[in-house]
Design a binder for this molecule. Structure first.
Ligand code: ZN
Ligand code: ZN
Ligand code: ZN
Ligand code: ZN
Ligand code: ZN
Length: 326
């Protein structure tokens, strides 16, 4: 079941999913993809009960594994936050993306469409018939599994690499979603870190496309149309997967998730990082090439003419040679 957490309906009697966009991860390779499922109620309105269902099939863009999702929409109203039941095969739903909902005005019962409703962003419009303002807000979405989890491939992959090391090691954007469903209370893949920010333990929800990424660079890598990222206002904690307003710490589990926005890695870096990190050569890490830049402006060609000095082992190291030969 797909539950809407922190749901607020204003002047809306009922809401129903008409065209859903889900983010899924491939059950075999973990690649992320987006799925659109259009309910048959798009044409018929919300008069009938929720007996209709809709389905979508496709295949993974990376490993070509086939998947399918069957969706059965529910009526969402003040006392029920269950949006729909979905049955995924060969994939795992990980997020609800901006979708088309149908809403019924609480004042005049007119039914109208609510376009691009997204998690974490208030939506409002005026009723098409009585012109009263209606609005909907959902703070988070959660996927509550039914039956045994179908993530054999993903868990096998997790066992191959021991838990702590796998969590600490940043993985690529696509393989980062390799772990199965995201569940509240469970940590995100790689604790929400990415290859760009290894000490930022969260995902951000970008309002431009409604999708979650560890950082704006991951967003840049992943979006197909190349739209620029808008500043995120919501985040998902890397330790407990709870979605909440952007902050430096998680208000659910209390973990510190990031440093200040000027220093998102949350530590005093010892690397150059394109000029935004450490700029003091004495404090730079010895593996950073900037530490040695400009130290030895004149590089002797003698070594290439006569070979390495016999007492220096295997030829002077690029950095150490300067002081050692005095
Ligand atoms: Zn795949
Ligand atoms: Zn109305
Ligand atoms: Zn975006
Ligand atoms: Zn990143
Ligand atoms: Zn947390």
């Amino acid at each position: 079941a797909v539950l809407l957490e922190g749901l607020q309906l204003d002047n809306l009697a009922a809401v129903e999913m008409l065209r859903a966009n889900f983010e899924v991860s491939c059950g075999r390779c973990g690649a992320r993809d987006t799925v659109t499922i259009a309910s048959s109620a798009v044409a018929s309105g919300s008069g009938s009960s929720s007996s209709h269902q809709a389905a979508a099939t496709g295949q993974c863009q990376r490993c070509a594994a086939a998947w399918s999702i069957v969706m059965r929409p529910h009526f969402v109203h003040a006392t029920s936050n269950s949006l729909c039941v979905i049955k995924p095969e060969g994939c795992c739903p990980v997020d609800l993306l901006p979708s088309l909902l149908g809403g019924q005005c609480g004042e005049c019962n007119a039914v109208m469409s609510l376009r691009d409703v997204q998690v974490g962003l208030p939506f409002s419009r005026n009723c098409s018939s009585c012109h009263k303002e209606i609005s909907i807000y959902m703070a988070a979405v959660s996927f509550v599994p039914k039956g045994p989890p179908r993530s054999a491939a993903a868990s096998r992959r997790g066992v191959a690499r021991p838990g702590a090391a796998a969590a600490r090691r940043p993985r690529g954007k696509a393989s980062g979603g390799g772990a199965a469903e995201l569940r509240p209370g469970q940590p995100l893949p790689a604790l929400g870190t990415c290859k760009h920010y290894r000490h930022s333990y969260r995902w951000l929800r970008f309002p431009c496309c409604g999708m979650r990424f560890p950082c704006d660079l991951c967003h840049e890598d992943a979006v197909s149309d190349g739209h620029p990222a808008r500043w995120a206002q919501r985040m998902v904690c890397g330790f407990c997967s709870s979605e909440q307003p952007l902050a430096l710490g998680c208000r659910v589990c209390g973990h510190q998730l990031a440093g200040s926005s000027a220093n998102p890695s949350g530590r005093s870096t010892r690397f150059w990082e394109g000029g935004t990190g450490c700029r003091d050569p004495r404090r730079l890490d010895k593996k950073d090439p900037h530490k040695w830049r400009g130290r030895n402006k004149t590089i002797s060609a003698k070594q290439s003419r006569v070979g390495p000095k016999p007492w220096s082992g295997k030829g002077g190291a690029a950095g150490g040679g300067g002081s050692g030969s005095a």
